[in-house]
Design a protein around this ligand. Structure first.
Ligand code: FMN
Length: 143
């Protein structure tokens, strides 16, 4: 079975709720999921997966420093063509998921665009969007 690594940071839990719903969508579409908070994750988790979803909320116009550092640390891996997506909760500007998308594209990854951004706490509709992203990732890996 193909594996999706979901790696995320969250301050108040909103991006964590997104991660959980992405997991549900990917599992429903037949993927194995490895979900980790960024502090527990290593580049090997990304290397060993068939696809990766990276999540960060936006704080002060940027991504969480721990998540950005993690993504920077992926530069040494060979990730060309691997399916990827960025996601994150935000309040008003939502730069984080865009910045991460740009970084992953820089590594030559097959990045789903636009990134998934949900305002504040995901409600039912937002969670459904997250499940759809999980499914979309699974379908993209199968191609
Ligand atoms: C100190 C602080 C700074 C923030 N800065 C931004 C910002 O620059 N742009 C934005 O869109 N949201 C900003 N937010 C809103 C958060 O992105 C939003 O609350 C989000 O839901 C937090 O996600 P989390 O629960 O995963 O941490 C800020 C929130 C706080 C507390």
């Amino acid at each position: 079975m193909a594996t999706l690594a979901i790696i995320y940071g969250t301050g108040f839990g909103n991006t964590g709720i997104m991660a959980k719903a992405i997991e549900e969508g990917a599992k429903g579409a037949g993927m194995d999921v490895l979900m980790k908070k960024v502090d527990e994750a290593s580049p090997a988790d990304v290397e060993g997966a068939d696809a990766v979803a990276i999540g960060s909320p936006t704080y002060r116009g940027a991504g969480m420093p721990t998540v950005i550092r993690f993504v920077e640390g992926l530069a040494k891996l060979s990730l060309k063509g691997k399916v990827a997506a960025a996601f994150g909760s935000y309040g008003w500007s939502g730069e984080a998921a865009q910045v991460i998308t740009k970084m992953l594209k820089g590594y030559g990854m097959d990045v789903i665009e636009p990134p998934l951004r949900i305002k504040r706490m995901p409600e039912a509709a937002g969670k459904e969007e997250c499940r759809k992203l999980g499914k979309m990732i699974a379908e993209r890996v199968k191609k």
